[in-house]
Design a protein around this ligand. Sequence first.
Ligand code: CA
Length: 388
Amino acid sequence: MPTIVDVQTWVLRAEVPTPFFFAQPGIVTHRSSMVIAITTDDGRIGYGEALCNGHQPADIAAATVDSSLKPLLIGRDPLHTGVLFEECYNRTKDFGMKGAVVGAISAIDIALWDLKGQILGRPVHTLLGGAFRSTLAPYATGFYRVEGGAYPELLAEEAQRHLDAGFTAMKVKIGFGIDSDLRSITAVREAVGDGVRILADANHAYNAGTARRLVRELDDLDVYWLEEPISPEDVDGYRSLVDMGPKLLIAAGENEFSRHGFWPWATTRAVDILQPDLAAAGGFTGVQQIQTLALSAGLALNPHVWGTAIGLVAAIHFLATIPPVPISRAGQEPMLEYDQSSHPFRQHLVEELPTMANGRVMVPDRPGLGITVDRSVLDRFDQKSPVR
Ligand code: CA
């Protein structure tokens, strides 16, 4: 029986070359991530990541692992992913349930599945139940803003760059006032033409009342999905937008966590698309549970991705296993969120960065996550305080 003998965390942080902003207050000056390595007695190492959004420090997830969950993992069998997930959730329930604590559990779960794949000699997507597809359609996430930038002209230029790179879908940041948002979407549509799928992401900039006008106006501009129009606490508000019956799809979930958090979203059909992040909402084990809720409600599940290459590859494995909703010639296929924004260490962290060819991203077939992490990059960007 393989046994866990060590759990190590890194608090990665690096200044971005060009600070940027989106609908939420503040300027993003750094990208951060909590990376974990779980080592077994036979020398194998599994890697995982806890997502850090724009202003989220990686220290919270690292402290959760180091102080609370590491003692629970040492001496255990890494193949027992389900048992360890439930025990980690239960151990932190009274101070966790959401946010960076579930992010820490997600990082552990991703690392355990990486180990499971290495031990059994199979890619994670096979162990999850098998892949429905060997390549994924990506969409470009970008359109973040820089201070003093000329908008919407810069958005049109960026849209052209994504088009030239082979993207046929892209997600535009909105949430700067509805009139401004409409000018942004119109400018991008004019730049890319009719054949490109445009998504809009408001990062919960509005309340349900003001979002009603946004939904109506965007519906006239052929937007495919509207992401996080309102605050994630307002599940009823989301449902009121779906009940308007727009053509566009309402999506949310990057700020929700675990099967318990997603329960009201699924059971009340508050959105059309649930967007848990593998590196935040519960790892493979947790998001597979959320997927069961989504499929039971007839909803699509399309994971959010904004992390390093580790979170990206984890999402790719999971995306491969999501069935079309429903399985039919017209079933809704998941898309890979492919972050094109500034990130100093996202690419350098692993040797095998997923690449796009002919507008598609290949699903890796190597055992585990199928990545080789460059430890020197982890150490270079590590900002963890020395143990006292
Ligand atoms: Ca988003």
